[in-house]
Design a protein around this ligand. Structure first.
Ligand code: ZN
Length: 159
C-alpha cells in the first residue's frame, strides 16, 4: 500500500522514533509500504516517520539495490566531509547544499532480525545520515549553512 508522505511542518517529523523490539508481521507490512512509497515518489531514502509511523526503520536505495534497516545506528563517521545538494520527500522542491561525513559505518537489524554492519561512502553514506537523522526528529534544514538560508526562507514563503 502506498502511503501518504508527511510534509513539513507537520510536527510528526520532529518526533523521536521508537526502537523495534521484534520484527512482527505488522512491521514487515510497514516496511513493504515504505519501499512502495519510496519507489512511487522516486525517493532514494525514506524514514518511517515520513509515513507517520514513529518507528526506527529506514529504506534506502544503494548502488547494490534497496535496503531496509531496522534500528540503524551510526557507529563511525569519517572526519572527512563533503558538501552536496540534498532533497527530502517531506520538502518537495527544496534542494540545499549540506555538509556531511564522506563515509559512515552503520549497524542495524535486517528483516530476519539479524544484526548487520555495513560501510558506505558518497551518496549512499549521505542518504544513511539523512534518514537516520529523521529517526531522531532531525531534518536536513537543521544542517543548513548560512549562505543557503536565503534559499530556504524563499522556499518557506512560497510553500
Ligand atoms: Zn528526508
Amino acid at each position: 500500500m502506498i502511503r501518504t508522505i508527511i510534509k513539513y511542518p507537520n510536527s510528526v517529523l520532529r518526533k523521536k522514533c521508537e526502537e523495534i523490539k521484534e520484527v512482527t508481521p505488522e512491521i514487515k507490512e510497514l516496511i513493504l509500504n515504505m519501499v512502495e512509497t519510496a519507489e512511487k515518489n522516486q525517493g532514494i531514502g525514506l524514514a518511517a516517520s515520513q509515513v507517520g509511523e514513529l518507528k526506527r526503520i529506514i529504506a534506502v536505495q544503494t548502488e547494490q539495490g534497496k535496503v531496509v534497516f531496522i534500528n540503524p545506528k551510526i557507529l563511525r563517521k569519517t572526519r572527512e566531509t563533503e558538501i552536496m545538494e540534498e532533497g527530502c520527500l517531506s520538502f518537495p522542491g527544496l534542494f540545499l547544499k549540506i555538509k556531511r561525513a564522506k563515509g559512515v559505518e552503520i549497524e542495524a537489524v535486517d528483516l530476519e532480525g539479524k544484526k548487520i554492519q555495513i560501510k558506505a561512502t558518497g551518496l549512499t553514506a549521505r542518504v544513511f545520515q539523512h534518514e537516520i537523522d529523521h529517526l531522531d526528529g532531525i531534518l536536513f534544514i537543521d544542517h543548513v549553512r548560512i549562505l543557503q538560508r536565503i534559499k530556504m526562507l524563499k522556499y518557506f514563503i512560497w510553500h
